[in-house]
Design a protein around this ligand. Structure first.
Ligand code: SAH
Ligand code: SF4
Length: 469
């Protein structure tokens, strides 16, 4: 699919930069710099967007805080993928009523996927008067302008939500909180319209960034000393289809792999229908690309997969997962699955269970189906109750917990080169194996950000312990 992509003009970005400078000058005149808190729900794409929000706030002279009571400005970047995420956001916004009363002048902003849905923006307008600013995913680059409006006395509440296909924006500043791992968005939006999913409605159509822009950012991240770069997209395997350049996602992997220095590359998410043999061969050939593929299967029943509009069958998925394992020795295959899609029968759920038993995923993210307004699946009759679905869900979870414990145990005695990425609450170093397993190690905090050769000495269901060799 190819269509003329709307691009945010250099003039428009320059206008936002001017506004940032104006807000920064006003903030510099205050006795203390204002404090901002950015709270993020949902997926890594939202994390990456929050880094841009922080980047813009930083340029506008804000200093960051984790304290809701101290913050002059609270920005909540919301998620819409399941009802639970929306309920959590609304619960937390409700709780801020007290905080705001104790700190007059505190501003509260909501942005991201949840409020990009018209009915949710309306709900916030009607029922949450403490929210001062609401802006959708397509307005992210206009944050300086919208914030300035909100800061203008007597201006009233500001709402900016457009339902558009989406635009490509380059050149926004990013403020990354970590110094070891970095997110790098290679594309935005989704064209797949899986029948249960709200993402295409709130994130717009697929927009790939130009390869040169992605590679330049990767180079900069390596120069800054980042040791792990995770390439992000709702479906990275369709990267480039909307560009004239003719580059695919494997090309990005090959080019980033060529950059000098010791660092690793991960990516997510891969849609099974678009995972090509070339992607598998490229992963196998690129030593900096980690041995992990996140390949959501969503259901083990071909009938349900069709109703989900996923574009592959149970058999095709199994063959694909096996191909990854055959071509990339030691690869971890992880997945997402939905239990209780409307009309799913118990026999069909059991096909999901049998696929999980057959493929023994290294990690599985399990979700109970959540109806999303405006999606085709939300209109399909759904005869099973939440309680029945919960029982199926618990069976699936029990099976995966057993499989996880078994596959974890199989790593004991193996040697890996791991990236040490942090220190946990117990003072142990945390690291990830190439196959994305969490390893806890003894050692000093000076080792964070280094690679180490370790031997795995123990395992639990969710983590490994190891010793540095
Ligand atoms: N683009 C990615 C991820 C999308 S959202 C992909 O296609 O894999 C992350 C996961 O949330 C999905 O993989 C799916 O398992 C789950 N999900 C999406 N919509 C859902 C819904 N309506 N109810 C329950 N789970 C859902
Ligand atoms: Fe949603 Fe499907 Fe797109 Fe993933 S591929 S974001 S599940 S529509």
């Amino acid at each position: 699919m190819s269509y003329p992509l709307k691009e945010i003009s250099a003039g428009e970005l320059a206008r936002q930069k001017e506004i940032m400078a104006r807000v920064a000058a006003a903030n510099a005149a205050l006795a203390e710099p204002p404090l901002a808190m950015v709270d993020t729900y949902g997926c890594q794409q939202n994390e990456a967007d929050s880094e841009k929000l922080r980047g813009m706030l930083h340029e506008m002279g804000y200093v960051f805080t984790d304290s809701e009571t101290d913050a002059d400005l609270i920005v909540i970047n919301t998620c819409a993928v399941r009802e639970h995420a929306e309920m959590r956001v609304l619960g937390n916004v409700g709780a801020l009523t007290h905080t705001k009363r104790a700190k007059p002048g505190q501003l509260i902003a909501l942005c991201g996927c949840m409020v990009t849905q018209e009915h949710m923006a309306e709900k916030v307008k009607r029922s949450y008067p403490i929210v001062d600013l609401v802006f959708g995913t397509h307005e992210l680059y206009r944050f300086p302008e919208l914030l300035e409006q909100t800061l203008t006395p007597h201006k009233g509440r500001v709402f900016a939500v457009r339902q558009i296909d989406g635009e490509r924006v380059e050149g926004l500043p990013s403020y990354r909180t970590g110094s070891v791992k970095a997110w790098l968005s290679v594309m935005y939006g989704c064209n797949n319209f899986c029948s249960y999913c709200v993402v295409p409605y709130v994130r717009g159509r697929e927009r790939s960034r130009r390869a040169a822009d992605v590679l330049e950012e990767a180079r900069r991240l390596v120069d800054l000393g980042y040791k792990e770069i995770t390439l992000l997209g709702q479906n990275v395997n369709s990267y480039g289809k909307d560009l004239e350049e003719g580059h695919d996602f494997a090309y990005l992997l090959e080019e980033i792999n060529k950059l000098p220095g010791e660092f690793v590359v991960r990516f997510m998410t891969s849609h099974p229908k678009d995972a090509t043999p070339r992607l598998i061969d490229t992963m196998a050939a690129c030593e900096k690309v980690e041995r992990h593929i996140h390949l959501p299967f969503q259901s083990g029943s071909s009938r349900v997969l069709k109703a989900m509009n996923r574009g592959y069958t149970r058999e095709q998925y199994i063959a694909l997962a096996e191909r990854f394992r055959e071509k990339i020795p030691g690869v971890a295959v992880t997945s997402d699955v939905i239990v209780g899609f409307p009309g799913e029968t118990e026999a069909e759920f059991e096909e999901t269970l049998s696929l999980v038993e057959l493929l023994r995923f290294d990690m599985l993210f399990t979700f109970i189906y959540s109806p999303r307004k405006g999606t085709p699946a939300a209109r399909v009759p759904d005869p099973f109750t939440r309680e029945e679905k919960q029982k199926w869900f618990d069976r699936l979870l029990a099976a995966q917990s057993r499989i996880s414990a078994e596959t974890q145990a199989a790593h004991v005695g193996k040697d890996y080169r791991v990236l040490i990425d942090g220190v946990n609450a117990e003072g142990r170093l945390t690291a990830r194996t190439p196959c994305n397993r969490l390893v806890q190690l003894a050692g000093g905090p000076e080792l964070v950000g280094r690679f180490a050769d370790v031997t795995i000495t123990g395992s639990t269901t969710w983590s490994l312990t190891g010793e540095i060799r």
